[in-house]
Design a protein around this ligand. Structure first.
Ligand SMILES: [Zn+2]
Length: 396
């Protein structure tokens, strides 16, 4: 009884000790502020690639490389890869964030207050995803400088994420030994763990009809715009069920008021957390387009492109369990969530690397109102370090 009482009395101190920050908050903030000064809009990543590669070398990576992705993608810079030895023989973990930002960032004027970092409102901040980059670099620095237990770490800092995950797609995934990973990217509350994101398919449907004078001999024409309209009207759009959305986003065609339109292009997308639902929509849309084209006596040229694969992590995955443990140790309740968009994690998952997505503490992404909430940024530093430490327990 007495022992229990002493344990109960000590409990607050134990919790307090667990809540002692491990990361160097000011150093992480300084690093973030340096990163946002480097202009790195998509296709202009060379300078930031060099900067982070140097940081990774200084942190003692056993291998650092920058690939030649830009030779194929255009623009400058390449995906930065680094490998760190673990302190124990555990399963390696992938840490990933993207280096590019949306525009504009040129002439950025940063304002730091007690609680947040933002711009003067004329540019974006680029916390998406320089906050993620700073979190990963500071986490590794903390682990190594404090000699904390950690598994082998593989780092991929990607380019051209904002252009459709292009850098991650072209990166040579055979370099990676990790079976699970953490993509640090996106807004959200510190307890959020993104364990699901959808499969995404983009389509382009080009309807071909036949041009004719609309007033003199319309019966000789086949109206491609009318064909496209009939097909669109026969399909369901919007939120189709809890897991699934469909959108027709672009339509273009026709030459003039008095010409029967001979061509009409429609661009759209299907997303679902259930990959089979996306397949079903692809089949249905194909059938509708073909039937309409036949009925009108026109032609259809339909292409589909899978942009990314779904992430569907079970709460039993080591990466999820480790993050939940880290959050609870910090006194936070884990909130397993799904999101509607994709990250580089959707590319890695297609190569068998189960990726959890962690938020960064940033808000208002892709807008001049973008800001970094320092309290959340610091908490995410702790979450990241403690999740990686926890993974040291998953021995090979
Ligand atoms: Zn991002």
């Amino acid at each position: 009884m007495r022992r229990i009482l002493i344990a109960l009395l000590l409990l607050p101190f134990v919790i307090a000790a667990q809540n002692q920050p491990l990361v160097n908050r000011e150093r992480m903030t300084e690093l973030f502020l340096r990163l946002v000064q480097i202009d790195s809009g998509s296709e202009n990543e060379a300078e930031i690639c060099q900067f982070v590669a140097k940081q990774l070398s200084e942190l003692g990576a056993e291998e650092v490389s920058i690939d030649n992705a830009s030779e194929k993608l255009g623009g400058t810079g390449g995906n930065v890869f680094a490998r760190f030895k673990g302190t124990v023989n555990a399963q390696p973990v992938l840490l990933s964030a993207h280096l590019d930002t949306v525009s504009p960032t040129k002439g950025i004027k940063v304002i730091r207050t007690e609680t947040e970092i933002k711009t003067d409102g004329t540019t974006i901040l680029g916390a998406d995803n320089k906050a993620g980059v700073a979190l990963i670099l500071e986490a590794i620095r903390t682990l190594r400088e404090r000699n904390l237990p950690h598994p082998p770490i593989e780092v991929v800092f990607t380019i051209r994420e904002e252009k459709g995950l292009l850098g991650a797609k072209i990166f040579d995934k055979s370099k990676l030994n990790s079976r699970y990973g953490i993509v640090v990217d996106g807004s959200g509350e510190p307890g959020d763990l993104i364990v699901g994101s959808p499969t995404h398919v983009r389509f382009e449907a080009v309807f071909y009809g036949k041009a004719a004078h609309a007033g003199v001999e319309p019966e000789k024409g086949v109206n491609a715009i009318a064909m496209a309209s009939a097909a669109i009207a026969a399909m369901n759009w919007g939120r189709l069920d809890e897991d699934t959305t469909a959108n027709v986003g672009v339509i273009e065609g026709g030459q003039a008021m008095n010409i029967v339109a001979d061509r009409c292009k429609v661009i759209g997308e299907f997303r679902s957390h259930d990959p089979q639902r996306v397949e079903a929509l692809v089949t249905k849309w194909k059938q509708i387009c073909e039937q309409v084209a036949e009925k009108f006596g026109g032609k259809i040229d339909l292409t589909f492109e899978k942009t990314f694969d779904a992430i569907r992590l079970s709460p039993d995955e080591p990466i999820v369990k480790a993050a939940m443990k880290a959050l609870r140790d910090l006194g936070l309740s884990p909130n397993l969530k799904r999101m509607g968009g994709g990250t580089d994690g959707n590319v890695f998952v297609a190569h068998g690397i189960q990726c959890l997505v962690l938020p960064t503490g940033g808000e208002g992404y892709h807008s001049p109102n973008e800001r970094l909430v320092l309290k959340n940024f610091y908490t995410m530093g702790e979450v990241l370090v403690r999740t990686i430490m926890e993974l040291a327990n998953y021995r090979r």
